[in-house]
Design a protein around this ligand. Structure first.
Ligand code: NAP
Length: 273
């Protein structure tokens, strides 16, 4: 459920995993306008749906509508997944774990945050999930860079003593650089935001180089201006589809108890995957 949601790739991923596992389940996109989450969650109860994937603009409000929230949802104040357990609706957040799975499985060599310095650009829902996950995975430092200082401080606080607010110019000190803003997203006709002509990149490209992993959570286009610049500087890169697939896989495990086929999910994305 979300708005807009009609072109969401989530049902494509879910249905591919259900089919590969031989499960008689189906996932469909429900457009739910802002302010209508309470009615939608009541419908989930009444209809006996097994689970919901929650996206913009409902993640925060859904965290307060479920019967129980996971510890991660309590910390983030946002849920991206609803799971029915013993008749109760439980709010979960799979974004952070999905991010860690993506950097652990989709790049060679695998990236283990333990003891590594990380810089996250953005302080919204996705950034907060990534910051919390990196701290939980043992990062030595998580620097948050954001347009508005107050949100940056709140996001950095999620990392406890290893979190702080910083600037994009510090990217050259980081082992991992993550863009968790919409900068670089292709919004249709016209030049992309952050392509160097009509807006800034999330970090100055000259601060990127060999030995670093640069992850963009944006996946449209697949090769964002940031990733292209990072590759030109010799850094390793990972696009946003990695996190998208792995956060969905985590939700599928919560709903069905079965480990989904990542290969089937990727194949369902066609040329995108
Ligand atoms: P959000 O909660 O709205 O947060 C957006 C963040 O980006 C905020 O920190 C905001 O700064 C910053 N921002 C927005 N426009 C900006 C600009 N023009 N210049 C600089 N900073 C800007 O959004 P979100 O849910 O965290 O999503 C962020 C991005 O991650 C989106 O592109 C989304 O598609 C992507 N995403 C990908 C996945 C995945 O699975 N790959 C999952 C979730 C999200 P302020 O705080 O100053 O407003």
């Amino acid at each position: 459920m979300g708005d807009p949601v009609r072109h969401s790739l989530s049902p494509v991923l879910h249905n591919a995993a259900f089919a590969a596992a031989g499960l008689d389940w189906v996932s469909a996109a429900f457009p739910v306008a802002a302010g209508q989450a309470p009615e939608a969650v009541a419908a989930v109860r009444a209809l006996g749906l097994e689970g919901v994937s929650v996206t913009m603009p409902h993640k925060a409000v859904v965290a307060g509508l479920v019967d129980r929230a996971s510890p991660t949802v309590e910390l983030l104040g946002a849920a991206n997944t609803i799971v029915r357990r013993a008749g109760e609706l439980v709010g979960e957040s799979t974004d952070g774990a999905g991010f860690l799975d993506a950097v652990g499985r989709e790049v060679v060599p695998a990236f283990d945050p333990a003891g590594r310095r990380c810089l996250v650009v953005g302080a919204g829902g996705a950034a907060r999930a990534v910051v919390l996950a990196l701290a939980g995975a043992g990062a030595s430092e998580v620097v948050v860079v954001n347009r508005s200082r107050q949100r940056a401080e709140a996001a950095a606080a999620l990392a406890g003593s290893i979190g702080r607010v910083g600037s994009a110019a510090e990217a050259d000190r980081a082992d991992l650089v993550v863009n968790a803003t919409p900068l670089g997203m292709d919004r249709g006709p016209g030049p992309a935001v952050g392509d160097g002509r009509c807006g800034p990149l999330p970090v100055p490209p000259e601060r990127l180089g060999p030995g670093q992993l640069v992850v963009d959570l944006v996946y449209h286009p697949l090769l964002t201006p940031l990733l292209a610049a990072a590759q030109a500087q010799g850094a390793s890169t990972l696009g946003g589809l990695g996190m998208l697939v792995h956060q969905a896989a985590r939700a599928l495990v919560l709903w069905t108890g079965a480990e989904p086929s990542i290969e089937a999910m990727r194949a369902a994305l066609g040329p995108l995957g």
